[in-house]
Design a protein around this ligand. Structure first.
Ligand SMILES: Cc1cc2nc3c(=O)[nH]c(=O)nc-3n(C[C@H](O)[C@H](O)[C@H](O)COP(=O)(O)O)c2cc1C
Length: 249
């Protein structure tokens, strides 16, 4: 009898595809449901302890840890497997100061010169963020994640990238998770507009700053906003076959 779990009308890869391109067998594992539930809860709890940090210790962080986080981030799925991202790491104090100066200049316009509307400022009020970005000098590392809007080949020609923002957003999420998982802290920081970062960091024309991450040990005893995260029912709907948004459970 054919095992329905293993029989497919359209096996992947089809024979002619496998003849043209290399394929390998993926190592898979099958865990019992209760073990998966344990792992899922442990992961949720670990991620639940992550917070955006705006007060860092100046304690040094080995560059190898940053490299490992970038490697983890770079495992992200990406449109047509283009991996359209560059992580640029800075620990030089002089360069960090320049980044701070320019970020504060942009944020001064945002916060103090009406570049943010009232609704935005109200949403930010409980976080207490302002134009001071001291953490950009205190944190031992700043990593700027650039999106590659297109691929720039060594001969100067361009190749299209696909779903760039989605891909880079997923890589950013994995990067944040990796940093948190190793016991470090970061802030997802977007001192908009961020064009100055391309100039300061000498990046090519196809790259655009996506987000920057000051990274380090959190300052012992630091405070964070007492935020509530949405409950499952606020972010999750299971739709039945009527497709009218009604919850099944
Ligand atoms: C795309 C994005 C941009 C953000 N930009 C800033 C920023 O420029 N400055 C800042 O202090 N926090 C910034 N944040 C952090 C958010 O304020 C923070 O994630 C949110 O308040 C939830 O807190 P948590 O990260 O501790 O859970 C940003 C977050 C995201 C996802």
């Amino acid at each position: 009898m054919v095992d329905p779990e293993h029989s497919h009308e359209h096996p992947y890869p089809a024979a002619d595809l496998a003849a043209r391109y290399p394929f390998v067998t993926l190592e898979t594992r099958r865990l019992p449901d209760d073990e998966m539930l344990d792992r899922a809860r442990t992961f949720h709890q670990a991620m639940g302890a992550r917070r955006s940090v705006r007060m860092f210790s100046s304690r040094p962080v080995p560059g190898e840890l940053i490299e490992e986080a970038v490697l983890a981030a770079s495992t992200a799925p990406s449109g047509a497997h283009k991996q359209p991202w560059t992580f640029v790491a800075v620990q030089d104090p002089e360069l960090k100061s320049r980044i701070r100066r320019e970020a504060e200049a942009e944020e001064r316009s945002n916060y103090l010169e009406n570049r943010m509307n009232n609704e935005w400022l109200e949403a930010l009020a409980p976080l207490g963020t302002d134009h001071h970005k001291e953490f950009l000098e205190v944190a031992p590392w700043i990593v700027v994640l650039f999106e590659q809007r297109y691929e720039l080949r060594p001969d100067g020609s361009r190749r299209k990238n696909y779903y760039v923002k989605e891909s880079v957003g997923i890589a950013a999420g994995l990067f944040i998770a990796a940093i948190h998982d190793m016991g470090l802290a970061t802030l997802t920081h977007t001192p908009t507009p961020m064009a100055f970062l391309r100039r300061l960091l000498g990046r090519p024309e196809n790259e655009r700053p996506f987000v920057m991450f000051p990274i380090g040990h959190p300052l012992p005893g630091l405070q964070v906003p007492d935020l509530r995260r949405k409950s499952l029912s606020e972010v999750f709907v299971e739709v039945d076959r009527r497709g009218d948004g009604s919850t099944v459970r």
